[in-house]
Design a protein around this ligand. Sequence first.
Ligand code: DAH
Length: 340
Amino acid sequence: MQKRLAEILQEAKQELGSAETLARAEELRVRFLGKKGELTEILRSMGGLSPEERKSMGQAANSVRGEIERMLEERFTSLKEAAKNLRFKEERIDVTEPGKVKALGSKHPLTVTIEEISRIFQSMGYQIAEGPEIETVFNNFDALNAAPNHPARDMTDTFYITEDVLLRTQTSPVQVRTLQAQKPSIKVISPGRCFRCDTPDATHSPMFHQIEGLLVDEGITMADLKGTLDCFAKEIFGSQTRTKFRPHHFPFTEPSAEMDVSCFKCGGKGCRVCKGSGWIEILGCGMVHPNVLAIGGLDTEKYTGFAFGMGVERIAMLKYGVDDIRLFFENDVRFIEQFR
Ligand code: DAH
């Protein structure tokens, strides 16, 4: 029995020494110390021994048991430690590693321009109005006082969807919608897309943007128009900018004008940007025609107003020195990115 005890101790030492996992160590604990374990078997078989023998065998068995327990304990501790270290190693975070740079998009230059123009007019108390890109012929032409034979109505100039519905050729129909929906005082601008059957070239695109403006109230005069648009020009092109109003014709305004600004590049001396004239045409404007005001059921003796409309691409091209309108719509990031 002594010999068997010594063997068990020896085996336990060997096996535990080579136990690589916690599961294996647990298996060995059951094998040596469990209820059906080898040591328990021996203790159980001591019944047939004399009291002295039982005492000394008991002591011997207990000391082997103690020894195995100690070895198990040691093995468990070191295996747990190793498992923990392995986990730490796997979960290690290198805080010095450089971050992943996410590609950041940028605002489209036309968006930047629309936002800047909108901000200027909003600061003067204008509200933003919106209208659909698919419009009625009535809103796009008739209600805007365009003669039945007006050239812009031509199939070759305008995208018709049906006889009565088209892709708006200008943002001016928003004037009609606003006059029908609001009572004075009216003070709105309306940025949006417009469409015309134009063959794309450096200055033409079948899709482009305009910003419309409309102000209607009692006692509005041309002086209000000039003051407002002069203020706008100084905001967007710089405080040294001068403005000039040239007579023009639009069906929906009377009188009508085009506004030029002194060239922001050469200051008016004449250069490539202003084509030597010192002036750059920026927008169309005028006093709202009584026929248009009547669409909103307004008393045209009491109320007057002014309107204006400008091409966003044209302003963006001038402001940023872009010489081909198509660049705005090709969406080449190398171009778009420059307006961050
Ligand atoms: N709708 C005109 C165009 O597309 C621009 C315009 C001119 C708008 C004068 C206006 C205005 O509101 O008063 O050419």
